[in-house]
Design a protein around this ligand. Structure first.
Ligand code: NAD
Length: 496
C-alpha cells in the first residue's frame, strides 16, 4: 500500500477487553483510501496472540457481569449503542467512505441500518423463551431453556464492513453472546470506530472485541480457536469453505454468507421504466460490489433491444468520481486486487466476443481504481464474465423466449443467493419465485433488506441465515431439562 507523510494518518488501535490497545508486537500497517490511492490510516496490526487475548476476554465476559445480565439490560445497552451510532453517523460514514470508497450517501444509509439492526434485535433480547412439555413422558415434566451459544468469532469482508458486522453483532448481543470481530485487512477502520461507540455505551469489558490484522493468519487463528463457539463469516465461497472446515475441526457452529451470481429476469410485460431503474440499483450501486449484485440480466427477446438501449443510456448518466461528493453516484472499486479482477473479467468478455460499449470499461482518467458502469450484450451463459462473480459495475444481457427457459438459465449457476423478477403478472411472479434457487427473490424491486427478514444463500452462496428469527436462533443453544414427578424408584436397567 502507498505511504503518505506519517503525521497525516489517522491512528486506530485494537479493541480488546474494553480497552484500545496496540498489537502485541507493536506493529502497525497502513490502510489505503481507494479514491486517492494513498494511505489514510495507521492500524494496529493484530497477531494471533491478540486473537488469544480477545477470545480470553470474551470468555471471561460470558461468565461475568454480561453472562448474568437480564435480557432487558442487554436491550438497554443495545439501544444506547444505537443512539450513539446515530449521533456519530456522519463520522462513521466518513470512515467507511475513506476506507472503502463507498459514496458517502450510501455509507450514511448503511450506518443508519446499523442503528436499525441494533434496535430490532434489542426488542428480542428479553423475549427469549423456552417451551414446556407437561406430557412428554408419564410422570415427567420437561422444559427447554435457550442459552447463548457462547463466544462468536466474526470474519468480515471489505465491501460493506459496518452493516455486515451489524448483521452478526445485533442478534449475538440480543442472545447474550460475546463477540470477537476480525474486519477485512482492506477495511479495518469502521469496526474500530464502532468500538469507540461500544465503549461509550458502557458494555462490560470483553463483550465486544475487534482484532484487525494485515495477515490472513489472524482470521484463520480466530476460526480455529477452541475458545470460539460459533463462527459467523461473510466473504468469498473459497474462503468460506476453508473457514467452515476450520470451525468444524473444533465443532463450532457456522454460518456462511458467501458469493453470488444473481439473475434478474425481465419479462415482456414488465414496466420497463421501473425495471431499468431497479436493474441499475441491482447491479451498479456500490460499483457492483455487493454479494447480491444482479449481474445476469435475462430478458424476454421481445424487449431485449429496447432494454439494452435504455440501460446503456441510463448507465451513461451515472456520475462517477470522489465518493465524498454528494452529487456522485459511484466511487472507485474498493481495493487494488479487486480492480485488477474486474479489469481482467472485462478483457475476458471482449476476448470471448461480448459487446462492450465505448462508454463502459475501466476509467483511468477518473482515478486508478475506477470502472464505468458497463452493459455487455452478445454474451452467453458459458462466458467467464457470466459465470463468475464480478463484484464490479458490469452486467450482461441474455435473451430468452419462454418462462421455462428463463428459470433454467437463472438456476444454471453454482450460486443461489438472490434473484429479481420484473413482471406485471402477479401469477407469474409467484410461480417463478417458487422455482428460483435463491435465498432471496425480489419482485419488481432489488437490494432491499430489513433486520426482520431472513437473508442468506442456497447452494454455493452459503449456510444458514442472517437477520430475522433465524439469525437469533443461530446464536442460541437449546437445553432440555427433565424433572421426575413420581416418588418411586424406577427399574435402572429399562429406558424410562
Ligand atoms: P474473502 O473471502 O477474501 O475475505 C473475507 C474475510 O475472510 C477477510 O476478513 C479475510 O481476511 C478473511 N480470511 C481470509 N482467509 C481466511 C481464513 N483462512 N480463515 C479465516 N478468515 C480468513 O472475501 P472478500 O474479498 O473480503 O469479500 C468479497 C466476497 O464476499 C465476495 O465473494 C462476496 O460475494 C462475498 N460477500 C457475501 C455477502 C453475503 O452476505 N452473502 C455479503 C458481502 C460479501
Amino acid at each position: 500500500m502507498t505511504t503518505t507523510a506519517p503525521e497525516t494518518l489517522t491512528e486506530y488501535q485494537l479493541f480488546i477487553d474494553g480497552r484500545f490497545v496496540p498489537s502485541s508486537d507493536g506493529s502497525t500497517y497502513e490502510s489505503e483510501d481507494p479514491y486517492t490511492c494513498a494511505s489514510w490510516a495507521r492500524i494496529a496490526d493484530g497477531t494471533t496472540a491478540d486473537v488469544d487475548r480477545a477470545v480470553d476476554a470474551a470468555r471471561r465476559a460470558l461468565s461475568g457481569e454480561w453472562g448474568r445480565m437480564p435480557g432487558k439490560e442487554r436491550a438497554r445497552l443495545m439501544r444506547r449503542l444505537a443512539d450513539i451510532v446515530e449521533r456519530e453517523s456522519g463520522a462513521l460514514a466518513d470512515v467507511e467512505t475513506r476506507d472503502n470508497g463507498k459514496p458517502f450517501r450510501d455509507a450514511n444509509a448503511q450506518v443508519a441500518y446499523v442503528a436499525d439492526w441494533l434496535r430490532y434485535f434489542a426488542g428480542h433480547a428479553d423475549k427469549i423463551e423456552g417451551r414446556a412439555f407437561s406430557d412428554a413422558h408419564p410422570n415427567f415434566f420437561a422444559y427447554t431453556v435457550r442459552q447463548p451459544v457462547g463466544v462468536v468469532g466474526a470474519i468480515l469482508p471489505w465491501n460493506a464492513p459496518l452493516i455486515l458486522l451489524a448483521f452478526k453483532l445485533a442478534p449475538a448481543l440480543a442472545a447474550g453472546c460475546t463477540f470477537v470481530a476480525k474486519p477485512s485487512e482492506f477495511t479495518p477502520a469502521s469496526a474500530l470506530a464502532l468500538a469507540a461507540c461500544v465503549e461509550e455505551a458502557g458494555f462490560p469489558p470483553g463483550v465486544f472485541n475487534v482484532v484487525a490484522g494485515s495477515s490472513r493468519a489472524v482470521g484463520a487463528h480466530l476460526v480455529a480457536h477452541h475458545g470460539v463457539d460459533k463462527v459467523a463469516f461473510t466473504g468469498s465461497t473459497a474462503t468460506g469453505i476453508a473457514v467452515a472446515q476450520a470451525a468444524l475441526g473444533h465443532l463450532a457452529a457456522v454460518t456462511l454468507e458467501l458469493g453470488g451470481k444473481s439473475p434478474q429476469l425481465v419479462f415482456a410485460d414488465a414496466d420497463l421504466d421501473q425495471a431499468t431503474n431497479g436493474l441499475i440499483a441491482g447491479v451498479f450501486a456500490a460499483s457492483g460490489q455487493f454479494c447480491t449484485a444482479g449481474s445476469r440480466i435475462l430478458v424476454h427477446r421481445d424487449v431485449h433491444d429496447e432494454l439494452a438501449q435504455r440501460l446503456r443510456s441510463r448507465a451513461e448518466q451515472i456520475r462517477i468520481g470522489d465518493p465524498r461528493d454528494p452529487e456522485i453516484d459511484l466511487g472507485p472499486i474498493s481495493t487494488g486486487p479487486q480492480y485488477a479482477r474486474v479489469a481482467e473479467l472485462l478483457n475476458s468478455a471482449a476476448a470471448e466476443g461480448a459487446g462492450v460499449p465505448k462508454s463502459g470499461g475501466v476509467a483511468p482518467e477518473v482515478g486508478r481504481y475506477f470502472v464505468r458502469p458497463t452493459v455487455l450484450t452478445d454474451v452467453t451463459l458459458s462466458m467467464q464474465v457470466m459465470r463468475e462473480e464480478i463484484f464490479g459495475p458490469v452486467v450482461g444481457l441474455i435473451p430468452f423466449d419462454t418462462e421455462d427457459e428463463a428459470v433454467a438459465m437463472a438456476n444454471d449457476t453454482p450460486y443461489g443467493l438472490a434473484a429479481g423478477i420484473w413482471t406485471r403478472d402477479v401469477r407469474r411472479s409467484h410461480r417463478v419465485a417458487d422455482r428460483l434457487q435463491a435465498g432471496t427473490v425480489w419482485v419488481n424491486a432489488y437490494r432491499t433488506n430489513s433486520p426482520g427478514v431472513p437473508f442468506g444463500g442456497m447452494k454455493a452462496s452459503g449456510l444458514g441465515r442472517e437477520n430475522g428469527q433465524e439469525a437469533l436462533d443461530s446464536y442460541l443453544e437449546t437445553k432440555s431439562v427433565w424433572i421426575e414427578l413420581a416418588d418411586e424408584s424406577r427399574d435402572p436397567f429399562r429406558i424410562g
